[in-house]
Design a protein around this ligand. Structure first.
Ligand SMILES: Nc1ncnc2c1ncn2[C@@H]1O[C@H](COP(=O)(O)OP(=O)(O)O)[C@@H](O)[C@H]1O
Ligand SMILES: [Mg+2]
Length: 278
């Protein structure tokens, strides 16, 4: 229930398409602002955006639903991170240190020893008051695009082949040849089907809506492990999200039409809800 009266209609804007990455764009803040302004918008609402942004909360929900993820530890500015050898005992080595709320590999470090550990912790805490430490998953990086609200559909699977130690900020944005995309990924059909099914479950469990790209690791033994969801995936014409749809048979223009339809459909459904008891 809220006492705030949203404007009944906002004639100048039909639908907003937030294509913003990271905190204050992808984490529910802009989505909350659009809700208050009574403007339909593409993609996840406040909850799905916030959950998808926070790697700690996201992983707890996935773990709770039995979706396969790697082992992880969470620390805040109030809980001193464990020493290097204790982390190694729990997670093995190497391992990853990340700010809980970020993206684009900003603040992400791969740790091999005590020195890189201290540097990685300091770096991650520069971006968030909460950090997570994850076991290293030795696998190929595969991705699946999801589209829909209540009955979301999954695209063909794509693979990212980073030419760096991992898919770092440099590999993503600075080095032109930092990574190769393979669409569709050269993996057996049964594995692709399993990854698609896990990606749809991930999307639903995390309350995502409209669109999302689910990033996974594929271990050599065929096991699929979820890394994360991106509720506002890269959306240029050469980005993985639209390219996976293109390969599945949905063109860029049609994809945008469908996303707008989904935004309006969700808006219409929510508009029917009462916001006060009286
Ligand atoms: N647990 C892990 N095991 C192996 N590689 C990882 C792991 N976590 C992250 N990476 C590597 O780091 C990259 C960025 O990490 P990710 O969690 O996806 O952060 P972001 O949200 O910034 O994209 C991944 O694409 C992958 O290359
Ligand atoms: Mg990522």
């Amino acid at each position: 229930m809220s006492n705030i009266e949203s404007p009944q209609n906002n004639d100048s804007i039909d639908v907003a398409f937030p294509i913003l990455h990271g905190p204050m764009g992808e984490d529910g803040t802009v989505q909350g602002f659009l809700k208050l302004a009574n403007i339909p918008f593409v993609g996840s609402s406040v909850l799905g955006s916030a959950v998808g942004m926070d790697k700690d909360v996201m992983k707890r929900l996935l773990r709770d639903s039995g979706i396969p993820i790697g082992k992880f530890l969470t620390f805040t500015d109030e809980t001193e991170p464990l020493g290097f050898s204790k982390v190694v005992n729990l997670l093995g080595v190497p391992f990853f240190v990340k700010p809980a709320n970020m993206g684009s590999s900003v603040g992400v470090g791969k740790v091999y020893d005590e020195t890189t550990y201290q540097a990685a912790i300091e770096l991650a805490f520069k971006f968030d008051l909460k950090i997570i430490i994850e076991e290293f998953i030795d696998g190929r990086e595969i991705e699946c695009s999801i589209l829909g609200n209540r009955n979301p559909i999954a695209s063909v699977i794509g693979e990212i082949k980073p030419r760096h130690d991992f898919y770092s900020y440099e590999a993503k944005y600075i080095d032109e040849n930092g990574a190769e995309l393979e669409i569709p990924a050269r993996i057996p059909d049964v594995v692709a089907d399993k990854a698609r099914e896990i990606a749809i479950r991930t999307f639903k469990v995390l309350s995502a809506e409209g669109l999302g790209r689910v990033d996974m690791f594929l271990r050599q033994n065929g096991e699929v492990v979820v890394n994360e969801i991106n509720t506002i995936p890269g959306f240029t014409k050469i980005s993985m999200y639209p390219k996976l749809w293109e390969a599945t048979g949905i063109t860029y223009a049609e994809l945008i039409d469908r996303l707008i339809q989904l935004a309006l459909e969700r808006f219409g459904r929510e508009k029917k809800l009462r916001t006060s008891y009286l």
